[in-house]
Design a binder for this molecule. Structure first.
Ligand SMILES: *Cc1c(COP(=O)(O)O)cnc(C)c1O
Length: 366
């Protein structure tokens, strides 16, 4: 019996062929044609005009804040119901995070966003918005609020590559967007990220900062400091192969979700993460809430059949790290965190294998 992970790497079969090409050319590092190809494939797929391949999505969010000039006197709003990588860059920049709760969509509440903007003593400079577990936040409303208030919108689409709203891809609604190719995401390069924007200047500035902010002199002149955040050509070649199967992966993730939904339809206490109207989530992880059963009991029972599961992300405003941060919350994310679970959603698993998970949960809850 093979362990069922939440979301494991799923190679297409083309990766090694492309890696071999990289080795033949000896452009192992730093950059090379596959980095360009990977960026092109993201541009083609998402319809954005500029893309920058990076070592991680966390790096992408950091660069986004840098190019927007966000620093120590600034407030950055963020979804509280998210993963730490979404918001740690706010601390890197010495700025002040303010967390916003979710609504019934599980994603950021536009109402609380408005409230935060009205009540904060200082105008926030940006919002980092997570599309949680691959489902779109109420992006239309959120874009409108940000525009009205002159607040930059950065989409954290680390979990939502391939998700769309009214046919438009996640990550392309805001001023800047970020995707992740970490090992557990819908596609992976073993580790990596992509920063996108329709603003060419920002992406060029981010490119400059991502490779040590070297002024164009042979002797390496520096007027400001940068980072070593670029992606290697080897990893980009994996990314190119992965992009070729993105649609297949989204389809399979959605099938897995439908399977769980169908199988648990008779269990009254179970509800699933919704998807807003006219959107198509990528269902990166199938996530659900239990009304009565303790999710930690489910985690333990699933371990018994060698299946990984995990509580929903612990909201940022409840993290010891952010103990004294401002937040606009009404208990929504906290309640979901206490009742919720992420189920194994690996695209490489068959329905038969997933039945292991289904049987255990049915037995516990029925
Ligand atoms: C995974 C993840 C990140 C970080 O991505 P890395 O590529 O691992 O840096 C950021 N935000 C969210 C919501 C994530 O799930």
């Amino acid at each position: 019996m093979q362990r069922l992970f939440l979301s494991s790497p799923h190679m297409s079969g083309k990766e090694q062929e492309y890696i071999a090409e990289v080795f033949e050319s000896n452009y192992i590092a730093p950059l090379g044609t596959f980095v360009d190809k990977f960026e092109e494939s993201i541009k083609d797929y998402t319809g954005t005009s500029n893309a920058l391949a990076l070592s991680s999505a966390t790096a992408g969010l950091h660069l986004a804040l840098r190019v927007l000039g966000i620093g120590k006197d600034d407030i950055v709003l963020a979804s509280t119901f998210t993963f730490i990588g979404s918001v740690s860059s706010i601390l890197y920049q010495g700025a002040t995070p303010v967390f916003i709760d979710s609504d019934e969509s599980w994603n950021l509440s536009p109402l609380l966003l408005k409230k935060a903007i009205q009540e904060l003593p200082q105008k926030p400079k940006a919002l980092i918005l997570t599309h949680l577990y691959g489902q779109m936040a109420k992006i239309d409303e959120i874009v409108a609020i940000c525009k009205e208030n002159n607040i930059y919108l950065i989409e954290d689409s680390a979990e939502s590559l391939g998700a769309s709203y009214k046919g438009q891809q996640s990550g392309t609604f805001g001023d800047l967007g970020v995707y992740s190719f970490n090992g557990n995401k819908i596609l992976t390069t073993s580790g990596g990220g992509m920063l996108i924007s329709d603003n060419k200047e920002w992406i060029e500035k981010a490119k400059f900062l991502s490779s040590q902010a070297k002024e164009p002199f042979l002797h390496y002149e520096h007027k400001e400091y940068g980072y070593n955040y670029r992606m290697s050509n080897v990893l980009a070649s994996i990314g190119v192969a992965q992009m070729e199967v993105l649609e297949e992966r989204v389809t399979r993730k959605r099938e897995i979700f439908e399977l769980y939904k169908r199988e648990f339809s008779s269990i009254a206490e179970i509800s699933f993460m919704p998807q807003i109207e006219e959107s198509r989530g990528n269902r990166w992880l199938s996530t659900l809430l239990f009304d009565k059963t303790d999710p930690l009991e489910v985690v333990e029972a699933l371990e018994g059949v060698d299946a990984e599961s995990r509580p929903l992300w612990k909201p940022m405003h409840l993290q010891p790290l952010f103990g004294d941060a401002f937040s606009f919350v009404d208990g929504s994310a906290e309640e979901m965190y206490k009742k919720g679970l992420c189920l194994p959603s690996p695209t490489s698993a068959s329905n038969e294998e997933l039945m292991r998970v289904i049987k255990v949960i049915k037995k516990l809850c029925q």
